[in-house]
Write a protein of this length. Sequence first.
Length: 346
Amino acid sequence: MTQRKEIQHPEYVKAPMDRRTFIRRAAAAGGIAAGAGYLARAPEHWPLSMRDETGLLSKPVVKPFRLKDYRVEKPALAPDVGIGRGGTPAQKLRAALDAIGGITHYIEPGDIVLIKPNVAFDRAPNLGATSNPELLKELIHLLLVDCRVQEVRVADNPIESPPDCFAKSGIRRAAEEAGGRIYLPDSNAFKLLNTPGAKLIENWWFFHRPFTNVDKVIGLSPVKDHNLCHASMSLKNWYGLLGGTRNQFHQDIHEIVSDLSIMIRPTFTILDGTHVLMQNGPTGGDPSNVKTANAVLAAVDPVACDAWAFEHLLERGKDYPQYLYKAEEKGSGKIDWAGRVKEVQV
């Protein structure tokens, strides 16, 4: 005789269902089924529709960020552009900075500072295609010792191999010997940046990682010829922070350089006028194309700074590149440098 097994752990006791409960539950089930049918069949643009015939609904939505304005108001009587002449490159740099009010006016103790040099190419420093490592080393020293900053970061997104460019240009060694920290790009280092007013890069991928928690930003660039936009100076230097397929902007080079002038509002910029690449820029490669000059510029107006350098260091008169006029229209500075430049002889 088979024994009936008892239920060991009953989870619930089934209660009788009256007619009203049955109707209510049936209605709820019908509503759920109708809702599911709507979500599955409703046109793609209707609210809560789950149809995705184009595949766009499953596409991740990336929210762009915005950069802060890193500018600091200059002292009342200071010029917009300071020029150091004579002595060593380090002495010229100090003189140029003192002319615009002194580095400690712009940088405070405890700041995290980003320096953006031009490290675009795998070139030796004497070829004029990349930033001067001697100037970088002195600038980092001033920031760490005179300004007592918390950290100095050095970052660029080179056109050629980043490790090779930082090594061959001398930028890595100079930065590390002075106490700076190098940031190299990788696929996770970029975020979508929104730049209001920009025509070509209103929303574009940007080398974001080194900018995390940064208080001040300084551009450090050489003065050199450029085969597309005629000159690469302080404004063009910011091109190295773009990601994505940035070479497409070569078709409208003057517009993109003027966009860069509103993408970054730096604390100040440094222009190296000690070795000027007079032709075959921006890559260079022949020492005979480099002119030994005698100027280092520090500026709170990058447009005026570039105009002065174009005229006096590249020796091309007042036939300024179109991007300077476009940058002026976008409120990034003024081309007319007259009365706003102070030269200091060391």
